[in-house]
Design a protein around this ligand. Structure first.
Ligand code: GLU
Ligand code: ZN
Length: 499
């Protein structure tokens, strides 16, 4: 049986993207399902666009998601671990230089001395003739003397790989048989720049070969790169891995997921209060189906069921509503103490932003869970939902206090009589079941619609029209503060209401 070795190879040229996280997850699932090895390699050769901050964001995001790798940087508290270290391409430059040397010696690659001017003139001519851009092969057949002559001015050549002729075919685990005519690859391509820096197509193959990767699982946007990679594997004398190209993730309008139309950075989802269990669960469903009605699955359950050959090839639309639904499901499944721990930073953020006046103790948060658990699409929604509990002086727009079918006088009367009822019932038992019947009776007695009375009370004590159930809210607020807020609301109505 093969020991499968897979890898995620992020380029730190942007924050961790939903698509990269999905690819990381599928590699993780495949490795765990087959008992294989999961490698992380940082592809940081694009020095102009790479940054240490992006690298941090990517590693932190993947750690946060719980997708630990077996080999790579930052494993089990070590800076790097694994037999093929280093796992950062900028530390592997000698390996690429050595492989380039071999390809040059075998004449599988050749130096190209074309100037930028020559190359852009080629491109312009091809454009004018309505031909796709390709390298014309100016340097493909230079003799040793000609090479010496062209590099006489001290200009080092770039290294181009000979693509040759024919068809490259492979069996993609997801897409089935795929064939590319080499004639459409754009001609011999550069693998090492004139300044000696190696390029992506080359480094990815040298490393996948060196790290003994057996299965390359990556996004469909890399499908068209695969024939180039296969040719390079062959030229380097290395068996090619199996390829599995995961379907594109799409915006709701079915275009390729983009920052402009969707939220693509994983850190933004973390900041909003999506929990890792939900995000992992959701990412797994982007291209794979559980095969049953059950959609809410833990990562271990997904590992157990995951099969790479069941991945769909059609694009997967990113559906934020479904993610929020899953998030709600997972929030409700969390252990209460764990949930309190995860909510705390979001409450602290409300405090830091000045939207609440104090931090509720853990006990208070825990006692609220039965009431708010059902109503939290994200952890970050806690402030909007119950932030009014931790505000000293609630400021209410008087007009908001008056229900649609009521006027200010009725509202004042309604609140004042509700206050009397609550002041009477409350000290005996301040429980939702005890408060509701006398307030319903009050509405009946005055021929008020219950909804209007309850809405006036709700706004008076919370400042908003949508809250958790009214009586649970009053209980959470406590008798004293409920009465005090009713008093303030009544006083606010004294001045009359303009609307
Ligand atoms: N560094 C490449 C990327 O981030 C890796 C592509 C691959 O998996 O081969 O897109
Ligand atoms: Zn050339």
């Amino acid at each position: 049986m093969t020991h499968h070795r897979v890898r995620i190879a992020p380029s730190p040229t942007g924050p961790l993207h939903i698509g990269t996280a999905r690819t990381a997850l599928f590699n993780y699932l495949y490795a765990r399902h087959t008992g294989g090895t999961y490698v992380l390699r940082l592809e940081d050769t694009d020095q102009a666009r790479s940054s240490i901050e992006f690298e941090r964001d990517i590693l932190d995001g993947l750690h946060w998601l719980g997708l630990g790798w077996d080999e790579g940087p930052e494993v089990a508290g070590e800076a790097a671990r694994g037999p093929f270290a280093p796992y950062r391409q900028m530390l592997r430059l000698p390996l690429y230089a050595e492989a380039a040397e071999r390809l040059l010696a075998a004449d599988a690659a050749y130096p190209c001395y074309c100037t930028p001017e020559e190359l852009s003139a080629d491109r312009a001519a091809q454009e004018a003739a309505r031909l796709p851009p390709r390298y014309v092969g100016r340097c493909a057949g230079l003799t040793t003397e000609e090479r010496a002559a062209r590099s006489a001015d001290g200009r080092a050549g770039a290294l181009r790989f000979r693509v040759g002729k024919g068809v490259v075919a492979f069996d993609d685990v997801v897409r089935g048989r795929v064939e590319f005519d080499v004639a459409n690859l754009g001609g011999d391509f550069v693998i090492v720049r004139g300044d000696g820096s190696p390029l992506y197509h080359f480094t990815v193959v040298v490393d996948d070969a060196a790290m003994e990767i057996t299965d390359v699982i990556r996004g469909e946007d890399h499908l068209s790169n695969t024939p180039k990679h296969i040719l390079l594997f062959r030229a380097l004398g290395h068996p090619e891995p199996r390829f599995a190209h995961l379907p594109l993730i799409l915006n709701p309008d079915r275009t390729k997921m983009s920052k402009r139309k969707s939220q693509t950075a994983v850190s933004d989802y973390i900041e909003e209060g999506f929990v890792r269990e939900a995000l992992v669960n959701y990412l797994a469903l982007l291209g794979w189906a559980t095969g049953t009605e059950e959609e809410v699955l833990s990562i271990d359950e997904i590992v157990e069921r995951f099969e790479l050959d069941q991945v769909h090839k059609g694009g997967a639309v990113f559906d934020r509503g479904r993610l929020e639904w899953l998030n709600g499901q997972w929030i409700r499944r969390l252990d209460p103490d764990d949930l309190v721990d995860r909510l705390r930073p979001f409450v602290a953020a409300e405090l830091a932003a000045g939207r609440i006046d104090w931090m509720p103790p853990d006990d208070e948060l825990r006692s609220l869970l039965p009431v708010i658990g059902e109503r939290l699409p994200t952890l970050g929604a806690i402030g909007d939902l119950v932030g009014f509990l931790w505000v000293r002086d609630l400021v209410i727009e008087p007009a908001l206090l008056v229900p649609k079918r009521w006027d200010a006088v009725t509202t004042k009367q309604g609140l004042a009589s509700a206050r009397l009822v609550i002041a009477e019932t409350g000290p005996v038992s301040f429980e939702a079941e005890e408060l509701e019947p006398p307030l319903r009776a009050l509405a009946e007695e005055h021929a008020w619609k219950v909804g209007d009375l309850f809405m006036a009370i709700r706004v008076a004590v919370t400042g908003r029209t949508a809250t958790p159930p009214l009586f649970d809210t009053l209980v959470a607020l406590g008798l004293e503060r409920t009465l005090e807020r009713l008093d303030r609301a009544i006083a606010a109505l004294e001045g009359g209401v303009e609307r």
